[in-house]
Design a protein around this ligand. Structure first.
Ligand code: SAM
Length: 239
């Protein structure tokens, strides 16, 4: 088996034999923060989440030598009303570590965070990239904040609505029957409104409970991702 080198870099697309120029921020981080040296082997991860053995060159380029690992299977979609301030960055970091395939921040009536344009999504994407490098997770898509009807478009698997209602199905029971990669919807601190619950259920969603306690948005989001995460080791290719 090939071992994955601990130091990871992100590249848009790659194939063995490619020489890829790293962006200035990654070169700086590798050479001046991690003190990597030219000739060192690093792991390059492409946008599809595949990992390659690569050699760092003095010019700030890497030479891709071989594919060593296929991406892990696609993770769940997380629709979430972002919590305030640094808590959303924390949520993004942890959601990436726990294998979220895509994060779709949603605008809700009771949500505390308003859409903040390109700068807002770029900030979350930077956090996600750092988490990908640290954890080896496949890079998730992170969308700009959007109204619920837009965020609900194009979901392929079952939709589970986190909602602390007495009639909601326990999440563990909901996930017992395998039925494709799910999407989870987590509401704002004030909870979903009736109109939002209707939109979600009209889109095929069913309410699930995460237990008898009221969880913060980020706790609820991570509980959903963790409940789904099956034991699935990353496929490592033979050397
Ligand atoms: N008072 C709000 C309510 O009753 O919905 C509490 C909102 S909670 C702080 C924020 C979000 O986390 C909720 O909208 C829901 O999506 C999720 N959540 C928190 N605790 C939950 C639980 N025990 N079961 C299911 N979802 C939960």
């Amino acid at each position: 088996m090939s071992r994955l080198a601990r130091r990871r870099v992100l590249v848009p697309a790659a194939a063995p034999g490619d020489r890829v120029r790293l962006d200035a921020a990654q070169v700086h981080h590798l050479l001046h923060v991690l003190r990597a040296v030219p000739g060192e082997v690093v792991t390059a991860m492409d946008a599809a989440g595949r990992s390659f053995r690569a050699v760092l060159e003095g010019s700030g380029e890497i030479l891709i030598e071989a594919l060593v690992s296929e991406p892990m299977p696609q993770g769940p979609v997380l629709l979430v009303a972002p919590p305030k301030g640094a808590r959303m960055a924390w949520l993004v970091e942890k959601a990436v570590e726990l294998g979220a395939g895509e994060i779709r921040p949603v605008v809700t009536s009771r949500g505390a965070v308003k859409p903040g344009g390109e700068a807002q999504v770029a900030r979350w994407q930077r956090v996600a990239e750092a988490a990908v490098k640290q954890s080896g997770a496949a890079p998730p898509g992170i969308r700009p904040m959007a109204p619920l009807p837009e965020a609900l478009q194009g979901l392929a698997g079952p939709l589970w609505i986190a909602h602390p209602a007495p009639e909601a199905l326990p999440l563990r029971c909901a996930l017992e029957a395998p039925s494709g990669v799910p999407a989870f919807a987590v509401g704002p601190e004030g909870g979903w409104t009736g109109a939002e619950l209707k939109l979600l259920t009209d889109a095929g969603g069913r309410c699930v409970t995460l237990g008898p306690r009221i969880l913060r948005i980020e706790t609820a989001a991570l509980a959903c991702l963790l409940a789904w995460e099956p034991v699935r080791p990353r496929p490592i290719l033979p050397a």
